[in-house]
Design a protein around this ligand. Structure first.
Ligand SMILES: [Zn+2]
Length: 446
């Protein structure tokens, strides 16, 4: 089974950083030039894609990239074209609904270049220890810049422990512009026996929204709540700034550098938070022995589930399809199945008495005439899980997570309503509720 280790990569000096960035940048140029040559050939005739002169490009870039990295980029591009041709065949045979597009360039939606490269499995080494190190091949021109000799490679510090040990695959290195960080993704093949867990039969269900990005309930009774308010607020503010600068533009111009930069910032920030959320959540679920994860059907999510106030901004913000794709990828990595199911009614149903019509949803809380009061999104994820014929264990105190622009951190004070109350319990006022929470925290910290 394939798993992926993820590391942050730290160049040790300013020069090393420049060299490393140059190396990634040249990789992107080589990909884009290779792809351009092949797209031009493709326009003439399908078959001639493979006749594009990539040897010339290899020669042009190996001084910076090293010969093995240059070849790796070209090979990666070939794989993308083969995959395109295979989808195209399926499309013509009628087994694929959507017409595939030829491989694209390395850049994001605002045409900004994405700095990235790939290193073949036998061309890099990672040593773990007090100061973990990554060594990658660079071309002779860059070696000269760093004063390295012919046989030396670029040596960088990496931070993070390997989660998985096994046979290493092709390394991917990416520059995250927003976080101004270099990241490494190392796929490893792990023997199956290490992954199979007889305990892995739990299930979980997600509820997605904008105030709370994700609420999740597990059959073990665990609950997770990923708060999205600040992120959404940032997204909204950036959208307004974009609209403002657009209003200042002369009619004949469609955009400006400032606007492009804002779009890019908005997208990068969302993607980073979303990707981190997916990984954080899936790792937690995997640790709990979850084998199936239920998510709402996209039609429900976009129409019935969200309030009418939810508009295009929210759709852009959520990029729900992107989220699900990411979720499926990471779940596959951990051997968790993702199932899309209808979640109709789950956000209005009282988990105590089943009432649907008389419940009141106000901001984050759901109250029922029967005396039940709880956090609307957590309740929705729990009802959704129950709908899949699951019994849910005794509820634990929800884990509440907030984004700090780098990672999702647990917060000890829960938002109001996150702990359910029912008519059967002594109804306590706010001060006793919070002291109970503190008592719980203390008990958990012991
Ligand atoms: Zn009720």
């Amino acid at each position: 089974m394939k798993r992926t280790n993820q590391f942050d990569v730290h160049p040790r000096s300013k020069t090393e950083r420049e060299v490393f960035k140059h190396w990634l940048d040249a990789s992107a140029s080589l990909w884009n030039e290779t792809n351009y040559a092949r797209r031009q050939a493709f326009i003439e005739d399908d078959e001639s894609v493979w006749n594009a002169d990539t040897g010339k490009l290899d020669g042009k870039y190996k001084g910076v990239l090293s010969s093995s990295v240059a070849q790796q980029i070209i090979r990666k591009n070939s794989e993308a074209w083969r995959s395109f041709f295979s989808s195209n065949e399926k499309y013509h045979a009628g087994t694929l609904a959507e017409r595939p597009s030829p491989p694209g360039y390395w850049g994001n939606e605002e045409n900004r270049r994405v700095l990235r490269t790939y290193v073949r499995n036998d061309q890099y080494t990672i040593e773990y220890g007090e100061c973990s190190r990554l060594e990658v091949p660079i071309g002779s021109e860059l070696k000269d810049d760093l004063g390295l000799n012919r046989n030396q490679r670029l040596r960088l510090e990496v931070a993070g422990d390997p989660k998985w040990r096994g046979e290493q695959g092709r390394l991917e290195l990416v520059y995250d512009e927003l976080a101004d960080t270099f990241r490494a993704f190392q796929p490893v093949t792990v023997p199956d026996s290490r992954l199979d867990s007889p305990l892995a039969s739990e299930e979980a269900a997600l509820d997605v929204g904008a105030n709370n990005l994700v609420a999740c309930t597990v059959t073990t009774g665990s609950q997770y709540l990923y708060e999205g308010r600040d992120l959404f607020e940032q997204f909204r503010e950036t959208t307004e700034r974009i609209a403002y600068y657009q209003s200042l533009l002369e009619n004949q111009r469609e955009s400006s550098k400032r606007i492009d930069r804002l779009y890019r910032k908005r997208t990068n920030r969302r993607d980073h938070a979303q990707d981190s959320l997916v990984r954080d959540l899936v790792e937690r679920l995997h640790d709990e022995g979850v084998s199936t994860l239920y998510v709402g059907d996209i039609k429900d999510v976009l129409s019935t589930h969200w309030s009418p106030r939810v508009n295009e901004k929210t759709h852009n913000f959520w990029a729900f399809r992107r989220f699900i794709n990411r979720l499926e990828d990471v779940c596959e990595e951990y051997g968790i199945a993702v199932e899309e199911e209808s979640e109709a009614w789950t956000s209005q149903t009282c988990p105590e008495c089943g009432e649907r019509e008389e419940t009141v949803r106000h901001e984050d809380s759901l109250t029922c005439p029967c005396g039940f009061e709880g956090h609307a999104d957590l309740v929705a994820s729990k009802s959704f899980l129950r709908q899949q014929h699951n019994t849910v264990g005794a509820m634990a105190r929800p884990v509440y997570l907030k984004w700090n622009n780098h990672s999702w951190r647990e917060h000890h004070s829960l938002p109001s309503g996150a702990v359910e109350t029912t008519a059967n319990e002594d109804y306590t006022n706010q001060s006793t509720t919070s002291s109970e929470n503190i008592a719980l925290e203390e008990a958990q910290n012991d």
